[in-house]
Design a protein around this ligand. Structure first.
Ligand code: C5P
Length: 216
């Protein structure tokens, strides 16, 4: 029985979650969206109106986060849609910069990957969470293209945003994610870099599956 994990990292809007979900399905592995976990903690801090570092750490330490059938549960409540709110986008990188928050979520993430193979996406999966993952990919794309994708994703949900603002928000979040002290977003030494700017999700998935099949 082959058990292996696939780590997919990269900046916001590079297509990680779309691709990771498809790969997980094709390989019959569980999909773990780690960004959703940082978002859930952020949502709870927003709801409590407590954005002190101490308050956020307490929330991270006392909350339960589960991923079941692609839905994310915070203390047993389904928050899958709510964690995509713009107010969460705006604050999540600040929450994710707190070492104690990362420590707690990384523990949960490692636990999720302990007994079965997973496809896990995030910012620090190949570098920190699963440094021994058999396959590591770093997806990236031109900022303009990433912003356009995010903008269209929101339009599809009926939210009419401003393309320029979406681009600024992504750039700001990337900067914060790359410059933080604690496990910043960076390319793992042994990761395969894929520029998704001019590729469809299917093309990226096939490229990744080609790497994996070469080995398995
Ligand atoms: O992937 P997504 O855009 O939903 O992630 C939201 C935020 O969560 C990122 O901008 C980053 O600040 C944080 N994050 C992280 N480490 C991960 C996954 C996400 O710091 N492994």
């Amino acid at each position: 029985e082959k058990v292996y994990s696939v780590a997919i990292d990269g900046p916001a809007g590079a297509g990680k979650s779309t691709v990771a979900k498809m790969i997980a399905e094709r390989l019959n592995l569980a999909y773990v969206d780690t960004g959703a976990m940082y978002r859930a903690i952020t949502l709870k801090a927003l709801e409590r109106g407590n954005f002190s570092k101490k308050g956020i750490i307490k929330i991270a330490e006392e909350s339960t986060i589960e991923i079941i059938n692609g839905r994310i549960y915070l203390d047993g409540r389904d928050v899958t849609e709510e964690i995509r709110k713009p107010s969460v986008d705006e604050k999540v990188s600040t929450v994710a910069s707190i070492p104690q928050v990362r420590k707690r979520l990384v523990e949960i993430q490692r636990q999720m990957a302990k007994n079965s193979g997973v496809v896990m996406d995030g910012r620090d999966i190949g570098t920190t969470v699963l440094p021994n993952a058999k396959y590591k990919f770093y997806l990236t794309a031109d900022i303009k293209i990433r912003a356009k994708r995010r903008y269209e994703e929101m339009l599809n949900k009926g939210i009419n945003s401003d393309l320029e603002k979406v681009e600024q928000e992504l750039a700001q979040r990337d900067k914060q994610d790359m410059e933080r002290e604690c496990s910043p977003l960076k390319v793992a030494e042994d990761a395969v870099i894929i520029d998704t700017s001019h590729k469809t999700p299917e093309e990226v998935v096939n490229e990744i599956l080609d790497y994996i099949k070469r080995d398995e």
